[in-house]
Write a protein that binds this ligand. Structure first.
Ligand SMILES: [Zn+2]
Length: 434
């Protein structure tokens, strides 16, 4: 009961009116090739249907086993806020709490088969299918799902040839149904649902809350990279990267150019949403990443996922992923539901620095930022004390954020707040238009 009450309270918090809407004048947006490609996405943070859930209707199903009364954060699963939250007793992408420290459970989830929509004549790798409000092709479309690569959560298989599913709508600016990244539920013809096994060599979690890519291999977290996911703006609310579970598609897109911006090693995972290296420019002086690289670790793209080019201590960067690209590598994206919070790392977690004039703190005793050097350990608990307080975070090995930085992100995502009022307003406009 207590757990249900917590869920109800958090739902109530989500239902509170959003924060003040953005009023800044829109900036002039110039459209370019990258815009064109990345514009094919849409996203949202608050699940479709949430506004229809009254407190009395808080999920009727049992609270999933994975949710602990001692850890309110454990209720934030990818289908948090869905009317069907708690109704699936199985552990899968949709029901597993978004906790990267539970590596065994995350790996088990990543290796599970995935149910995709495949008409057999989907043709285009960007093809999408409409999700209907009723088991009837003449009913209203509530969202869209990308064929072949996007996973859906099958909730019920009806005897009449239709299945009830849920997923984040992969609505892009030109999709039939505009439901930017909304967690929608509706009907798809059962004959189009196919189960696919992911490639087992590795798998990827992207967390929009931490703006990090977690690469898993052989049952454990192997390495962590910085990313930038989509950043919405008043004229492009659909820039928000669509959440969900996906199978990466090879042959991949490769590189493309947009005026001065060059994008390399793009791999398609959701229609127009691509995983690629952080963009750069090129001049007679060489490649220059200074316009885009400092934004890694925060939202910045038009929906694609920009990945760091510097190598982690394990030797992984976007080039590694590109060189190891295979069909059906699973990539899941975790939604940063309002209310989700980042935990502080343990006080005794080891960090590293160079006591002879080093300016950075590191996650590893060796780092590609200083090849051949071995750093001196200290602890996360000492990070805000002299002489460590003045160290900056290394952008090769990605040590944890300082507590003040974590506090800032957590404040934005505190229950009852609204960390993306632009998207909230876009959703409100969509509802008015219906
Ligand atoms: Zn480092």
């Amino acid at each position: 009961m207590i757990r249900k009450r917590i869920a109800a309270l958090l739902l109530a918090a989500l239902l509170l009116p959003g924060a003040a809407l953005a009023t800044e004048a829109e900036e002039e947006i110039s459209f370019s090739e990258e815009d064109y490609i990345e514009l094919e996405h849409i996203d949202e943070e608050v699940p479709a249907g949430l506004e229809q859930v009254s407190l009395e209707e808080v999920p009727a199903g049992p609270v999933p086993e994975v949710i602990s009364p001692d850890n309110p954060q454990s209720q934030y699963t990818p289908n948090f806020g869905s009317p069907y939250y708690g109704t699936d007793p199985e552990m899968n992408y949709w029901t597993l709490p978004m906790d990267i420290t539970d590596e065994a459970a995350v790996w088990e989830m990543l290796m599970q088969p995935i149910t995709v929509v495949d008409t057999g004549k989907s043709g285009s790798e960007r093809a999408q299918l409409t999700i209907y409000a009723e088991p009837d092709e003449n009913s209203r479309g509530v969202g869209v799902v990308t064929c072949v690569s996007q996973g859906v959560h099958v909730l019920e298989t009806l005897p009449d040839g239709w299945s009830l599913i849920e997923c984040y709508s992969s609505s892009f600016h030109n999709s039939d149904v505009k439901a930017w990244n909304m967690l929608v539920h509706g009907y798809i013809q059962t004959k189009y649902l196919k189960t696919k096994k992911p490639n087992t060599s590795y798998a990827i979690v992207i967390d929009k809350l931490t703006q990090r890519l977690y690469l898993f291999r052989s049952g454990a977290l192997y390495t962590t990279l910085l990313v930038s996911t989509g950043l919405s703006n008043p004229s492009q609310p659909y820039n928000e990267t669509r959440s969900g579970e996906f199978l990466m598609q090879v042959p991949a897109v490769g590189g493309f150019r947009d005026g001065s911006m060059i994008v390399s090693m793009a791999i398609r995972f959701n229609s127009g949403d691509l995983l690629h290296e952080v963009p750069h420019t090129h001049s007679k002086y060489g490649d220059n990443y200074s316009a885009y690289e400092p934004k890694l670790g925060s939202r910045a793209s038009h929906g694609c996922i920009r990945v760091q080019r510097t190598k982690t201590p394990e030797g992984v960067n976007m080039e590694w992923i590109w060189n190891n690209r295979k069909n059906n590598i699973k990539l899941v994206i975790w939604e940063d539901w309002q209310g989700r919070q980042i935990s502080y790392p343990p006080e005794d977690q080891a960090l590293y620095y160079n006591p002879k004039g080093g300016e950075m703190y590191h996650n590893s005793p060796t780092c590609y930022s200083a090849v051949g050097r071995t750093f001196t350990p200290f602890t996360y608990g000492e990070l805000d004390e002299a002489p460590f307080a003045s160290l900056t975070r290394c952008n090769y090995c990605n040590p944890p954020l300082r507590k003040a930085e974590i506090d800032e992100i957590n404040a934005l995502h505190a229950p009852g707040g609204d960390h993306d009022p632009i998207l909230t307003e876009a959703r409100r406009q969509q509802e008015l238009a219906q």
